[in-house]
Design a protein. Structure first.
Length: 376
C-alpha cells in the first residue's frame, strides 16, 4: 500500500523554499511514523519552483530526497502559481485547460516525476478539473478535451522513452467544470472515449478522488464509483481529506459564531447548504454567511482527517470513513495521499505546536482505517 501526504501544505514559490519546508516538516513526519522505508510524498511544485527544479537537476533532487528518507510517488499539478500567497481564491484554477501553459506545466511535472521514479514504476500528476465552472462554456470544454488528448500523446512518448507510465488525474471540485465523479465519467464518455486513441486516453488519464470534495457535494460515493466503473475509468489517486460540517438547524447562532474562526482570505471555501428546499451552492464561506440562516452546511475547508469534531463544529469524517471502506476493498491497486493543506488557516486552538505531529497523526489514522483497525 502506498500512503503518503501532499506537500502543498508547505508554502514556497521557489525550489529552495520547498526543500526547506520538506527539511523542516517531512523529515519530522518520517521520524514520528518510524520504520525503515522512505516516507511517500506527493510533491507540489508551482511553475516557478518547477523551473528551479529543472536547473537543480532531477538526479540531484532524487539524491537530496533519498538522503532524507523521502520518496516522491506523485505530483500535485493542481495549483500552478504560489498556493500560499496572501490571496489565492480563483487563481488556483488558472491557467485552465484551455491554455497552453497548463499543458506545458503538466508535461514538465510528468517529466520530472518520471525521473524521480524507479524503472517500471508509474506515477500520478493531479490536475484541475478543466477550470472554474463559470469561466468555461461548452466550446471551452471541447478545447480542454482536445488539449487533454494531445497531452496523452506526450505522456505516451514519455513512457516509451523512460519506461515510466505517468498518468494525469482529473480532480473534481465544487464549483469547477467537473464537480462530481459522475460528472467526470460523463466528460470522459462525451469528449474523450470512442476514438482511435481510446487506449492511450485510458492509460494516461484517470480520476483523482478527493474525499473532501465529494462530501461537500453530498455525492453518493458508491454511485460515483459505479459511474467510473461502467466506463472503465481508472482511479489514479485517492486524496484522503475531511471537510467542515455544521447543522444550523440546531443552534444557528452558535454555528455562525463558530464559523467566524474559519473566515479565511486566502483560499476559496465553497459551501453546499442542504435543507427541505434542496441544495444551494455558494462559492465561498463569506457568501454563505451573508445569504443563509438554516440548513446543513458542508464547507470546503480541509481539516485534519483524524478529527470528528472541531469544538462545536462537525466534520465529514463519517463520509470519509465510508469512502475509504468502499475504496480499500477494490481489486485495483490504489495510491493514497493525505491532503490537508489548510493547517495554517486553522484556529490556534486546533493547530498543533509542531506541524509534523499533526500530519503524522493523520497518516497514522489513515493507515489504521485502510488496515481496518481500531483507531485511538
Amino acid at each position: 500500500m502506498m500512503l503518503g501526504y501532499c506537500s502543498n501544505v508547505h508554502p514556497g514559490s521557489s525550489l529552495d523554499q520547498i526543500l526547506q519546508g520538506l527539511e523542516r516538516h517531512a523529515v519530522g513526519v518520517h521520524e514520528r511514523l518510524g520504520g525503515d522505508a522512505p516516507l511517500p510524498l506527493g510533491l507540489w511544485l508551482g511553475a516557478d519552483a518547477l523551473d528551479d527544479a529543472g536547473r537543480f537537476g532531477v538526479q540531484r533532487l532524487r539524491d537530496w530526497l533519498g538522503e532524507r528518507s523521502l520518496r516522491v510517488f506523485a505530483m500535485n499539478g493542481f495549483p500552478f502559481g504560489d498556493f500560499h500567497q496572501e490571496v489565492v481564491k480563483h487563481d488556483v484554477y488558472r491557467p485552465d485547460w484551455t491554455d497552453d501553459a497548463r499543458t506545458h506545466y503538466t508535461l514538465e511535472l510528468a517529466e520530472l516525476l518520471a525521473g524521480l521514479l524507479d524503472a517500471g514504476e508509474s506515477g500520478s500528476v493531479s490536475t484541475v478539473p478543466l477550470g472554474w465552472g463559470a469561466a468555461l462554456d461548452e466550446h471551452d470544454v471541447t478545447v480542454c478535451a482536445e488539449r487533454l488528448r494531445a497531452l496523452c500523446a506526450g505522456l505516451e512518448e514519455l513512457e516509451d522513452r523512460t519506461g515510466r507510465c505517468i498518468h494525469v488525474d482529473l480532480e473534481p471540485e465544487p464549483g469547477c467544470a467537473i464537480e462530481r465523479l459522475d460528472g467526470l465519467a460523463s466528460f470522459f464518455e462525451r469528449h474523450l472515449l470512442g476514438g482511435s486513441d481510446e487506449a492511450r486516453v485510458r492509460r494516461h488519464l484517470r480520476a483523482c478522488i478527493d474525499c473532501c470534495h465529494a462530501a461537500v457535494m453530498y455525492e453518493d460515493f458508491a454511485r460515483g464509483l459505479e459511474a467510473l466503473d461502467a466506463r472503465s475509468i481508472g482511479i489514479g489517486r485517492v486524496q484522503v481529506s475531511n471537510a467542515l460540517e455544521v447543522d444550523m438547524h440546531r443552534d444557528p447562532e452558535a454555528g455562525r459564531a463558530a464559523l467566524e474562526a474559519f473566515r479565511d482570505p486566502r483560499w476559496l471555501h465553497q459551501v453546499m447548504v442542504r435543507d427541505g428546499d434542496g441544495d444551494r451552492f455558494h462559492e465561498d464561506l463569506e457568501a454563505a454567511l451573508a445569504a443563509e440562516r438554516g440548513g446543513r452546511w458542508r464547507i470546503h475547508f480541509h481539516v485534519p482527517v483524524h478529527l470528528e469534531t472541531l469544538g462545536p463544529l462537525g466534520t465529514t469524517q463519517s463520509q470519509l470513513v465510508e469512502a475509504l471502506e468502499l475504496l480499500r476493498t477494490r481489486d485495483e491497486p490504489l495510491v493514497w495521499e493525505v491532503e490537508t493543506y489548510a493547517w495554517s488557516a486553522l484556529p490556534d486552538s486546533i493547530r498543533p505546536d509542531c506541524l509534523a505531529d499533526g500530519i503524522a497523526a493523520e497518516v497514522q489514522w489513515t493507515r489504521a482505517r485502510l488496515a481496518d483497525e481500531e483507531t485511538p
